[in-house]
Design a protein around this ligand. Structure first.
Ligand code: SF4
Length: 508
């Protein structure tokens, strides 16, 4: 158990740094809660500390005593040989740049000297398009980092200088070093998940249930079941950059749960993966976990892959909200986006949930999709009303604007203007105003605009990011756009970009 000024944790690791060769700072550029929810932190922390030659300690932008002093021992960020960030959300780039600066490390990669740590980044955002961030980052991990992280540590150990480390990294498959010309970079994919070492001794904060420090899934053992997805919806990053879909065997998953529950002080197992319902053995796995007296949770499920028995086991395992993503109330538009769910799949899944005792359903919709018509918005309103009227469950409707993402089949589609999106949201809110038990949640439209620009942008965004990090917040992005003259906020609906070379075309 580790005690820091703000957080007490189980399973954190403190090493005698005089007995290791490499000091690694794992950084999450947002809250402690968000970082501790992500599987990447647990995988990398465990893999790095399993090495006798490496000490890995963690840093978070918010909720800790300092973003640049480690949770474990207060090690200053710049004392590490290498600092590695996971960038899960585009906008967190501002937090990342701020952490580097607060740590006394030059913000621009080009200004760093032999005394400064090497700054690397991985995660879905940079695996799709690293170009907007190249000014700040020495090396990017493209794709899955489980194996490559060991090659990176070896390059740090073997090198005589910081420049040598960076040059050696450019030789590693799946690592992109912007300052060294690489004609193409391939994406790391691990085919056999059973063969990977998995973290069974996961860090759990010792906090009250519902505490602001508690990970989003609660105090639970994270069990990664699959990577990638067997579908390829046109808008979805996971459906494009994490292919092919891979899964652990049922035997392997059961062994991981058994070992994990011996070493991780939790009574709940949170299954991690996309489109888990497609897995033949999901029902067996969930019911087996519940029969062991544990709680269980699964993320969003595809409506066409749930059975009444599966939902019954999930209710027994403590899950009370069914989360599904119809994306739109229109079956035609849904098919057009490659989602392949029928209306009856959705109504049937909701009906099962009501029968087995769920008390709420969460529905995700996207607005501003290519080829969307006013009648598609009307269909969405109709679908939510039908669900609310035919069940007694609470219905939470999450409405999110379409964000074109690099490397998806809709990467060149424009995001509609904010005014257009606002009108659609208003229509949905008004259409559902008098429907009982329905709550509508929406993403801030400015945030969607920023995400879109960063998703599809190029290196010219570096100066916008640098200025915005100085000012902070939404207003900071506006000021940065004005100051730099880079048309940041209009990037996502600029159809002219279709004629240009894609900034990420060198990624295989
Ligand atoms: S089913 Fe879900 S995870 Fe899979 S591609 Fe479609 S939206 Fe993405």
């Amino acid at each position: 158990m580790l005690v820091s000024k703000t957080i007490t944790e189980f399973n954190a690791i403190i090493k005698n740094t005089s007995q290791v060769d490499v000091l690694f700072g794992y950084c999450y550029p947002s809250t402690y809660r968000a970082g501790m929810t992500g599987l990447a932190l647990h995988i990398l922390y465990s893999a790095l500390n399993a090495r006798n030659d490496t000490s890995c300690e963690r840093y978070f932008r918010y909720q800790t005593q300092s973003p640049v002093l480690s949770i474990e021992t207060g090690r200053p960020l710049r004392n590490n040989h290498i600092i590695g960030f996971t960038l899960t959300y585009e906008e967190d780039i501002l937090n990342l740049v701020q952490m580097i600066e607060m740590g006394g490390i030059p913000v621009l990669s080009i200004d760093r000297t032999a005394e400064d740590p090497v700054v690397i980044v991985g995660g879905p955002v940079v695996s799709a398009n690293p170009e907007p961030y190249t000014d700040f980052i020495d090396a990017f991990v493209i794709g899955e980092g489980d194996v490559v992280i060991h090659n990176i540590i070896e390059s740090v150990k073997d090198a005589e200088s910081r420049d040598d480390v960076i040059a050696a990294m450019a030789e590693i498959e799946g690592v992109y070093v912007p300052r060294i010309t690489q004609s193409s970079v391939s994406r790391n994919i691990i085919i056999d998940l059973d063969s990977l070492v998995y973290p069974t001794r996961q860090i759990i904060p010792d906090v009250e249930d519902g505490s602001a420090f508690e990970p989003v899934f609660g105090k639970s053992f994270l069990l990664e079941v699959t990577r990638g997805c067997g579908h390829s919806c046109r808008f979805c990053l996971v459906g494009h950059i994490c292919q092919p879909r891979r899964t652990r065997s049922l035997d392997c998953l059961k062994k991981l749960v058994e070992t994990g529950m011996q070493h991780t002080p939790a009574k709940k197992v949170s299954l991690i993966g996309s489109s888990l319902g497609d897995l033949d053995s999901l029902e067996d796995l969930v019911c087996w976990i519940v029969n062991k007296g544990l709680e269980v949770s699964v993320p969003s499920l595809r409506a066409d892959s749930v059975s009444e028995n599966l939902l019954d086991c999930l209710v027994k395992g403590g899950q009370r909200t069914l989360t599904i993503a119809p994306e739109t109330g229109s079956e035609v538009l849904r098919k057009n986006m490659g989602k392949g769910l029928s209306d009856s799949d959705i109504y049937e899944a909701v009906g099962y949930a009501e029968r087995v005792g769920y008390n709420s359903v969460k529905l995700y919709f996207i607005i501003g999709l290519p080829e969307e018509t006013p009648s598609d918005i009307a269909s969405t309103i109709h679908m939510v009303r039908e669900i609310a009227n035919k069940t007694s469950m609470k219905v939470t409707v999450s409405v999110n604007p379409f964000v074109p993402k690099a490397q998806t089949r809709w990467q060149l589609e424009p995001q509609p203007e904010i005014m257009v999106l606002r009108k659609k949201i208003k229509e949905i809110e008004e259409g559902l105003r008098n429907t009982p038990r329905v709550t509508v949640e929406t993403l801030d439209l400015r945030s969607a605009r920023i995400q879109a620009a960063l998703s599809i942008g190029d290196r010219s965004l570096g100066k916008v990011i640098k200025a915005a990090a100085r000012y902070g917040g939404f207003g900071g992005w506006r000021r940065a756009e004005k100051e730099t003259g880079v048309p940041f906020f209009s990037l996502a609906n600029n159809t002219e970009r279709r004629k240009e070379n894609l900034p990420w075309s060198f990624l295989q």
